[in-house]
Write a protein that binds this ligand. Structure first.
Ligand SMILES: Nc1ncnc2c1ncn2[C@@H]1O[C@H](COP(=O)(O)OP(=O)(O)OP(=O)(O)O)[C@@H](O)[C@H]1O
Length: 339
């Protein structure tokens, strides 16, 4: 890790990721899925990781949780500090104790993460028994508490139901209840509302924000939907082609995005909300990560590309410990760290 990517992991930091790189060795070659990714999450803070499909959002979550897909081989390097420990150095047994207990995850499709053959109450009991060794009445009360925390209206009915007997919104709440059961310090939510109708989406997002504030939990929200970010997140990290290319406070980001890619993402959001006939989207496609381009990875799609963009990668100088920063040669460097 070079000094520019170092993260100041103060006592207030819950998760600090630095220099995170992940390669997947597949039959087609090595996919450079993540390169030098860094961000921090504090207790009681919701951060968003945004970007188009394929930019590395899910891979970031999977690298942190150490649940990568199974190509031929995979390599992750960097640091993932959580509660004073680098998760990348833990044994698989130690990591299992953290997953689901201290760091929980929820996903877009609850059906593929709930057991179709088990009642919801039994699935939550299983998690609580495995991690907290609860049993008897204490266990039953803890299951009810978890369902209540996810604001499930008819607790007894839902606890006794199988996943297929519930609506999409209730299934997502059941998954949230399971995630909350052990009172995690950090929740990673990967596109948690994408499959839901607009009203249910809003309710689930409000619930997540409330939980972050009330429990002082950290939230990493992964989404391609900037509208979702504006409503519940404190800070935004934009990813492009496996790299973080901008990060900022949510208000600064929406007021004044600095990276041309972020400006393009916001322009598409605006044209959508204004009901424009033509959706403004960024021309071109995300580069193939089997052979990432040299220099700035966005330059082929950028209207402002200059000679330096082909020669040097501006992401190398992005500082995660700055209040805000963008990996773009157009952005003036107030810290004097330009190379
Ligand atoms: N099993 C896999 N084998 C090979 N490459 C993969 C695999 N899974 C993901 N990738 C590659 O890793 C890169 C990052 O993918 P990732 O799933 O993190 O993107 P994403 O931003 O989460 O996209 P989406 O919003 O579509 O989920 C992409 O180039 C993708 O093609």
């Amino acid at each position: 890790m070079n000094s520019l990517t170092a993260i100041s992991a103060g006592p207030e930091t819950l998760l600090s990721v630095a220099g995170l790189s992940t390669e997947l060795r597949t039959r087609k070659g090595t996919v450079h899925a993540l390169h030098n990714v860094g961000f921090t999450v504090r207790p009681g803070e919701a951060i968003a990781i945004v970007g188009e499909s394929g930019c590395g959002k899910s891979m970031t979550a999977r690298s942190i949780m150490r649940v990568l897909p199974r190509p031929i081989d995979k390599v992750t390097s960097g640091h993932v500090r959580f509660g004073g420990t680098d998760l990348l150095t833990l044994s698989e047994a130690a990591m299992r104790r953290i997953r689901g207990a201290r760091i929980a995850m929820i996903f877009q499709d609850p059906m593929s993460h709930l057991d179709p053959l088990m009642r919801i109450g039994d699935q939550i009991s299983e998690v609580l028994h495995a991690h907290k060794k609860l049993s008897g009445e204490v266990l039953q009360n803890a299951v009810r508490d978890a369902l209540a925390a996810a604001q499930i209206p008819d607790i007894e009915r839902v606890a006794g139901s199988y996943p297929h007997q519930l609506s999409g919104g209730l299934r997502q709440r059941a998954l949230i209840a399971m995630a909350l059961a052990c009172d995690p310090q950090l929740l990673i939510a990967d596109e948690p509302t994408t499959a839901l109708d607009v009203t249910t989406q809003k309710q689930i997002l409000q619930l997540l924000r409330q939980l972050v504030t009330e429990r002082q939990m950290g939230l990493v929200l992964i989404t391609h939907d900037l509208g979702v970010v504006a409503n519940i997140c404190d800070r935004v990290y934009v990813m492009y082609a496996g790299q973080v290319i901008e990060h900022a406070d949510v208000h600064d980001f929406f007021d004044r995005p600095q990276h041309p890619y972020s400006q393009g993402l916001l322009a598409s959001l605006k044209s959508l909300s204004e009901g424009s006939e033509r959706l403004s989207s960024i021309p071109g496609a995300v580069p193939n990560l089997l052979a990432p381009p040299s220099g700035c990875r966005f330059r082929a799609r950028c209207g402002y590309a200059m000679d330096i963009c082909a020669a040097q990668d501006p992401a190398q100088r992005l500082r995660h410990d700055n209040h805000r920063d963008a990996a773009c040669w157009l952005v003036e460097d107030k810290e004097g760290t330009n190379v």
